[in-house]
Every structure is written in structure tokens, then in C-alpha cells.
Design a protein around this ligand. Structure first.
Ligand code: M6R
Length: 365
């Protein structure tokens, strides 16, 4: 079953070009028509004025990326909340909001309960993004998008996450088109970005030997910090979660602009700091945040793309990710942080596919 791989997680990381192209295929076939999300989607899209995303763990981070896309691409207000928080809060509901639950397994109890709670508050318009056909959460939702990641066995989610991002990107673009906000030019750009993504992801996977050598530096560490900004901040969060989940190294993620507001106090020569730094509008800001880290002796591990103009220097390690695929850059940057966590865990000899204390599907509170 594992083929040439040593672990399911490794196999699933490497299956991403295929998982992504299978998921992208259904998006391309739809031409961003509402029917991509189900027969009633046209009706649902007519009713809604905003989006409320509910999810746990890695699926919550996919939702956190989506918030940037839904607002920037569709101009539709979007909030995202951890399901276990939402379900116990006295929520002031806006019934015109589309409830989007994201769950790889479709069985996560907190996400299911959050969906039920939303319905009890008067929400009728619900969409589930899920990887398991006919599981509980999609069955309880009006609309559904099934990602085509294939079975995910490793407890640490990898290909499910990146395919969720495709589903959410498709939602943002489809909403934009439905609301008459998508120019022909933008549509072409997004289609191109989708078509090129699996190839770029394959290039990112080819960085594995370099990332493995970083992992050797990481495995003896007790702590790590991950930084990103904007749409890449949730990727920093995802990188930190992956690392702590399977290597048991304590890792935290911050939006780089928050450094001075507290976490900078943690930085010294013992603290590795991973930075997601593609060439986007926030790059210059990220660079100045990096100088703050260097000035305190922190060792920087930077994922930069070919256009970011970084050079290696004392205490600054750089891996160049493929030229970033525009708006889908967060999907691409998920790959190196998965590989970093995987190889750090291998070095430490932990049970990569079944990390201690965790289950694949969390059906209890
Ligand atoms: O099946 P779900 O997507 O609802 O699961 C949510 C989380 O339990 C899950 O993403 C968890 O955080 C993963 N182990 C992360 O790798």
C-alpha cells in the first residue's frame, strides 16, 4: 500500500500533485458555475450576503486562508471561527450568512455540533467541504463540495488541506462571478493559476533534499517560531501545527507584524524562526521583521520564491520555492512546511503516522 514510501504521511505529501489536479479538474469543468457546489447552489447564492466558516485544526487554517480570498476576490464579508468555540458562544446570527463547514473526515464532533447550532439559530444556507463521501457533516448540509484527495491515513493532514484550499478558492471565485464582480481578465488569470498549480507543487516537492538538511538542524531544538503575513499567515500556523503534531517540538506561529508585541522576547540564538516570505505586497514588511529576529541572534529559515531577492548569510538560510503561482501561493507554500515537519519527526524517531495522543477523526469532545 505504501509503494516506495516509508510512511503514509510521506506518500500523501507526494500524492498532492495528483490530488490537486483531480480536485482542480472538477472546478475547471464547472467554469465557476454555482452548480459546482450542488443543485441548489444558485438559490443559496441568491440568499446570502456573507460567509461564516466553521472548522477545527488544519481545516480551520484552510478556512483562515479562505477569509482573505472570499473578501479580496468576491468582495463578500467572511468570518472564520474554531467550531468548538462557536458552538458554545452566544452568537448573534445573521441568517443571510452562508455557513461553510470544512472537515476532511466529515465526522468531527465539534464541527458537526457547530453546524447544528448554526441551524438552530436560523441559518438555512449551509455548505460542507469534505473529503469523505456521505459522511455526517455533508449529509447535514444543503450544499457540498467533495475534495478528491483520496483516502488520507496519516493523522497529520496534508493532501486534504491543500485540496480544501482549492475548494475554497473555487468558492471565492464562483461567488465573485455570481455577483458580477469577476472580470474576464481575472477569470483567465485564476484559470491559469489553477492549471499551473500541480506542476508548481511538483517543483516544491523536489526541494525535499534541501528541506531535509534543514530538518537536521531542527530536530535537536525544543522550540520554533513560524512567521508569515497576510494570506501566508495561516500557512505559518499550519507549519507550526504540523511540526508540533508529529515531531513534538513546541512551535508557535505569528503574523510577522506581531513580533514586537511580545514573541520577540523569546528570540535568541537557540530559536529557529521559519519565515514564509514569497514575493508579495508584504515582502518588504516581512524583511524588516526578519532583521528584528537576526538582531537578536535568531536563526532564520526562509522560504522565499525566485523573485524575493534574498541571499544566504550568517544565520540566514534560504530555500527558493518555485515562482509563486499568484493568488494560489499559499497552496504552494504549504508543501515545504509539511516536508520540514515530516523530516524533523523522522530525525526524532517519532511515530509519524500515528503521533501520540492524537486520532485521525475526532468524534469526541
Ligand atoms: O476531519 P477534520 O478536517 O474535521 O479534522 C479536523 C482536525 O482534527 C484535523 O485537521 C487535525 O488538526 C489534524 N490532525 C491536523 O493535521
Amino acid at each position: 500500500e505504501l509503494g516506495p514510501y516509508n510512511h503514509f504521511m510521506q506518500k500523501e505529501i507526494h500524492e498532492q500533485p495528483k490530488a490537486l489536479s483531480d480536485t482542480i479538474e472538477q472546478v475547471l469543468e464547472s467554469g465557476f458555475a454555482p452548480s459546482l457546489f450542488g443543485d441548489h447552489a444558485q438559490n443559496v447564492f441568491e440568499q446570502i450576503d456573507s460567509v461564516q466558516i466553521l472548522a477545527c485544526g488544519t481545516s480551520y487554517y484552510a478556512g483562515s486562508v479562505a477569509r482573505y480570498w472570499v473578501e479580496a476576490i468576491a468582495g463578500v464579508p467572511c468570518s472564520v471561527e474554531i467550531a468548538s468555540e462557536y458552538r458554545y458562544r452566544d452568537v448573534v446570527a445573521n441568517p443571510k450568512s452562508l455557513i461553510v463547514t470544512i472537515s476532511q473526515s466529515g465526522e468531527t464532533l465539534d464541527t458537526m455540533e457547530a453546524l447544528k447550532y448554526a441551524k438552530s439559530l436560523g441559518h438555512e444556507e449551509t455548505l460542507s467541504i469534505c473529503n469523505v463521501q456521505e459522511s455526517a457533516i455533508p449529509r447535514a448540509s444543503k450544499l457540498v463540495f467533495y475534495t478528491r484527495a483520496g483516502a488520507e491515513i496519516g493523522v497529520a493532514s496534508t493532501k486534504a488541506f491543500t485540496t480544501q484550499l482549492i475548494a475554497l478558492f473555487a468558492l471565492a471565485v464562483t461567488l465573485a462571478k455570481f455577483k458580477g464582480k469577476l472580470t474576464a481578465e481575472k477569470e483567465t488569470e485564476y484559470l491559469e493559476a489553477l492549471r499551473h498549480l500541480p506542476g508548481s507543487v511538483q517543483h516544491a516537492l523536489n526541494l525535499e533534499p534541501q528541506i531535509k538538511s534543514w530538518a537536521e538542524k531542527f530536530s535537536p531544538k525544543d522550540h520554533a517560531l513560524f512567521l508569515g503575513r497576510g494570506v501566508h499567515y495561516p500557512i505559518a500556523l499550519e507549519g507550526a501545527l504540523k511540526l508540533k503534531e508529529i515531531s513534538y517540538i513546541h512551535a508557535e506561529a505569528y503574523p510577522a507584524g506581531e513580533l514586537k508585541h511580545g514573541p520577540l522576547a523569546l528570540v535568541d540564538e537557540k530559536m529557529p524562526v521559519v519565515v514564509i516570505a514569497p514575493n508579495d505586497a508584504l515582502l518588504e514588511k516581512v524583511k524588516s521583521n526578519m532583521q528584528e529576529v537576526r538582531a537578536r541572534g535568531g536563526e532564520l529559515f526562509v522560504f522565499a520564491d525566485l523573485d524575493s531577492h534574498f541571499s544566504e548569510s550568517e544565520g540566514v538560510h534560504v530555500i527558493r520555492t518555485p515562482r509563486h503561482v499568484g493568488v494560489l501561493s499559499p497552496v504552494l507554500h504549504a508543501i515545504p512546511v509539511q516536508l520540514l515537519a515530516y523530516h524533523a519527526a523522522l530525525q526524532k524517531g517519532t511515530d509519524v503516522d500515528k503521533p501520540r495522543n492524537l486520532a485521525k477523526s475526532v468524534t469526541v469532545e
